[in-house]
Design a protein around this ligand. Structure first.
Ligand SMILES: [Zn+2]
Length: 242
């Protein structure tokens, strides 16, 4: 199965990035019935050479650290007995950096998680990872700037959760060899991408499957098929990709 990548779970934001609370609850119930949903470090250790998890294993990740991850995701995971991982944009916490990276923002201000919310989630077993410092495209930074971004974001988050932050999700899933090298040098154990085509798989390019608002129940199930990871260039992939 796959490492799933969500963003927001919010009824008021009509965007591919925002899953409705009803659909999300249904997906959680389906996953809880059929899969062993593991935490992020376990998932990272189980990803095979093709980027898939074993047959009945799944894991949920959430990018960007939107406040609805606390209001809507945490209670839904709790109800289904599931766990997950949230990748936080660290400058939203100690530098007041607002959400400026979303292509189709709603009319209302998108809020991000507070320190206290992140602490609570971490204490409840939600894995906290880094989604960089400012959500810049890391492939556009020079090596020194990329390294500094990844080291600083890791340190900010580790100070809040008071435990190691070993995983990173590249903003928009974008990486290259230098970015992967900087992630390793910054002390991460692994990093997650979000491929839209064939990409090499490794500890610093762990692929995820994006789950979006317009994915109906059938698409969601297809995306969870083991074959999906390796079928991305096929016609099936073109029909279901979000
Ligand atoms: Zn993001």
């Amino acid at each position: 199965m796959a490492v799933l990548c969500y963003h927001s779970v919010c009824d008021a934001w009509n965007s591919p990035l925002a899953m409705s609370t009803t659909d999300f609850a249904a997906q959680c119930a389906w996953l809880a019935r059929r899969f062993r949903v593991v935490d992020l470090p376990t998932a990272a250790s189980l990803v095979d050479r093709r980027g898939s998890l074993p047959g009945r294993v799944a894991t949920l990740t959430f990018d960007d650290g939107f406040a609805d991850n606390f209001d809507n995701v945490l209670p839904a995971l709790r109800r289904s007995g599931l766990t997950g991982a949230v990748f936080v944009v660290a400058a939203t916490l100690d530098r007041g950096h607002g959400v400026d990276w979303v292509d189709d923002p709603p009319a209302f201000q998108l809020e991000t998680l507070t320190r206290a919310q992140i602490e609570t989630m971490s204490n409840e077993g939600i894995h906290i990872g880094s989604h960089s410092l400012f959500h810049k495209d890391l492939t556009t930074l020079d090596y020194a700037a990329c390294l500094e971004d990844l080291e600083t974001s890791k340190a900010i988050l580790e100070e809040i959760v008071r435990r190691p932050v070993p995983y990173l999700a590249y903003p928009r899933g974008l990486w290259n060899d230098d970015v992967a090298k900087a992630a390793k040098a910054a002390g991460y154990l692994g990093a997650f991408s979000l491929p839209t085509g064939p990409e090499p798989v490794g500890p610093f390019s762990l692929p995820r499957v994006g789950i979006y608002r317009d994915n109906g129940p059938l698409q969601f199930k297809v995306k969870n098929l083991r074959a999906y990871q390796s079928a991305r260039t096929s016609r099936l992939y073109k029909a279901v990709r979000g």
